[in-house]
Design a protein around this ligand. Structure first.
Ligand SMILES: Cc1ncc(COP(=O)(O)O)c(C=O)c1O
Length: 447
């Protein structure tokens, strides 16, 4: 081990891989072994590695202006261009954009903006946020409190109460439906539970509900048909804002510009990061509708300042790269390409439901997951995560990167630039990994 404290890692584990370089959808380790990056890094390297246009844009921007802060109204052309580009493409009216560095800080910023908005609009009590079980929104104190996954909470004494975080159920039909409940009945129950929570807490104390279009780190949970329409109807009844966490789904992942478009969400706030720059450099965007931004601006004008900003808000490098990345997405029709490749990936994944280890296949666009179970008929889960970890390690041995998630789910999220032969490669290598996992599980008597 080096002097590093690794993020989201078992501190007693040794280093598992030294990634030396990347090229297109592939990465190479120190020994030169090639892996197809079936997870786009951490759901982010949408354009793959080594894109010369981006490298050139970054170099030019660093030569021209390597830094400018944005405090006190100072700005620069790359930031203005990016904000305008984002505002024009998001499904939010008169959108206004605040720039940061990570998905977590975008959600933190939105948490502050919504509290500021509540105070400025004469409803200072309206600050509670509804978040969902199995949601993932980041790891700063505020965004971790919104996250609905136990490992991100344990020992951190997160400010759930201070931040007014309320929790509602995940849209996971396979794991959360009652016996005999249809998908439609499950959706209606989730909407009713949400409404009961709102009524119990007092509707005028609740500002927003945060949701990923498809839960990523919580297991790649594709909500059943009609889920967001039902949730949106409840929120609209009580004037509660839908806060859309697009950190994974934004920029083509579901085969559309944003997850909100694909799943018919009507957000007034949105967090973006990851594919915003295809992860070439860190940058995030916290986006709010014009009516929210106007109220905040009026109030801040009276006070003299809006007291929130990062040194690296609107960093010129991130802005120039993100702008170029968006141009490439649009010029090369990559969201449509992702839809086409997504359908091909789904056609392959669908057959995995016949594998003796697979209890659920979930997929939409270029995003997918398999849940590995001890008993398919009863949905009996395996303990811990070791079966998914074994499977991911077996895939890695075959030259494919996948991600083991809680609940023994194997996630797939390849770069948007992949072609049919890469999907075929994922399919062959994943199937081999699953078969060796089945052998191991059988040998160990786990099944
Ligand atoms: C949906 C979602 N929101 C927020 C985040 C946090 O982003 P970051 O890791 O850049 O802070 C993530 C990270 O995976 C995410 O998947």
């Amino acid at each position: 081990m080096t002097a590093m404290i690794y993020p989201t890692t078992n501190p007693s584990a040794t280093e598992t891989m030294v990634v030396a370089r990347g090229e297109g959808p592939y990465i190479f380790d120190k020994a030169g072994k090639r892996y197809l990056e079936g997870m786009a890094g951490l759901w982010c390297t949408a354009l793959g590695y080594g894109n010369e246009e981006i490298i050139e844009t970054a170099t030019r921007q660093m030569r021209e202006l390597s830094f400018s802060h944005m405090f006190s109204g100072k700005t620069h052309p790359a930031a203005i261009e990016l904000a305008d580009k984002l505002a024009a493409m998001v499904p939010i009216e008169n959108a206004q954009v605040f720039l940061g560095n990570s998905g977590s800080d975008a959600n933190d910023t939105l948490m502050k903006l919504i509290r500021y908005y509540a105070a400025a609009s004469g409803q200072p009590q309206r600050t509670k946020i509804i978040a969902r079980e199995k949601g993932y929104h980041g790891v700063t104190l505020a965004s971790a409190a919104l996250t609905g996954l136990a490992p991100n909470h344990t020992h951190f004494q997160l400010p759930f109460d201070a931040l007014g975080v309320l929790r509602t159920g995940a849209p996971h039909y396979y794991r959360c439906a009652n016996p005999g409940e249809s998908e439609g009945e499950f959706v209606a129950r989730r909407a009713d539970e949400l409404e009961q929570l709102i009524l119990a807490e007092g509707p005028d104390t609740i500002a927003a509900m945060i949701a990923e279009p498809v839960n990523g780190a919580g297991g790649v949970i594709v909500p059943p048909d009609g889920y967001f329409e039902s949730i949106q109807a409840v929120l609209d009844r009580y004037g509660i804002i839908l806060w859309d966490d697009e950190v994974i789904c934004g920029f083509g992942r579901l085969g559309t510009d944003f997850g909100a478009t694909r799943l018919n969400m009507k957000p007034k706030m949105m967090a973006c990061a990851k594919a915003l720059s295809s992860a070439y450099v860190p940058i995030s965007a916290a986006i709010v509708s014009g009516d929210i931004a106007d109220v905040i601006a009026d109030s801040a004008t009276q006070m003299g300042v809006f007291g929130h900003g990062y040194t690296y808000s609107g960093h010129p490098l991130g802005c120039a790269v993100a702008s170029k990345v968006i141009d490439i997405y649009q010029r090369d029709n990559l969201f449509e390409h992702a839809a086409v490749m997504g359908r091909y990936l789904q056609s392959k994944l669908a057959s995995y439901i016949d594998h003796p280890l697979v209890g659920e296949v979930s997929s939409i666009g270029l995003l997918g997951a398999l849940e590995l179970v001890a008993d398919k008929a009863t949905k009996k889960p395996f303990d811990g995560m070791k079966v998914a970890q074994f499977c991911a390690a077996a895939a890695e041995q075959n030259g494919l990167i996948v991600r083991p998630l809680g609940g023994n789910r194997i996630a797939l999220c390849p770069p948007l630039i992949i072609q049919e032969q890469h999907v075929d490669e994922i399919d062959q290598k994943l199937r081999r990994a699953l078969d060796s996992t089945l052998d191991w599980v059988t040998r160990e008597g786990l099944k």
